[in-house]
Design a protein around this ligand. Structure first.
Ligand code: THU
Length: 145
């Protein structure tokens, strides 16, 4: 699906803005993410760390949860911003969570420098886990082998 230049700019700005709300006192590594949904709405999230470090929530999963909680089901584009010299693509866990709703999505990775990386979720997570070989959709329950 073609995303308008304006929507893309809005999505990117949302990811940058979200990073400002990052709660990352333990790593000092703020992340902002934004997802564009099938309805055209944008939802953003930041990473939320915890003193029990393993409970940390990544920015991408925070943005996905906001979108899904608002009733959205399809994500067409994802932007991730880190205030680093080079772009940071989503971690493996976030890639798998994105695969549930954003299998066809474009992923834009932005940083403080001028470099940016534009790729797809499919390129970042080839052969995503899918219970029925179909990203967890249970339409073909008779396929077992
Ligand atoms: N983080 C994200 O928000 N997204 C990722 O895809 C990878 C890592 C966060 C988690 C933690 O707060 C900080 O970055 C350092 O790992």
């Amino acid at each position: 699906m073609e995303i308008s230049v304006e929507k893309k700019a809005q999505l990117e700005q949302s990811a940058r803005d979200a990073a400002r709300h990052s709660y990352s006192p333990y790593s000092g590594f703020p992340v902002g993410a934004a997802v564009l949904t099938g309805s055209g709405a944008i939802y953003a999230g930041c990473n939320v760390e915890n003193v029990s470090l393993g409970l940390t929530l990544c920015a991408e999963r925070n943005a996905v949860a906001r979108a899904i909680g608002a009733g959205e089901r399809r994500i067409t584009a994802v932007a991730v911003y880190t205030p680093t010299p080079t772009p940071t693509p989503p971690c493996g866990a976030c890639r798998q969570v994105l695969a549930e709703f954003a299998a066809e999505a474009v992923v834009i990775c932005l940083c403080a420098g001028s470099t940016r990386r534009e790729t797809t979720l499919k390129a970042l997570l080839p052969e995503a886990f899918a219970a029925n070989g179909d990203h967890g959709k249970q339409e073909d329950e008779e396929t077992h082998g």
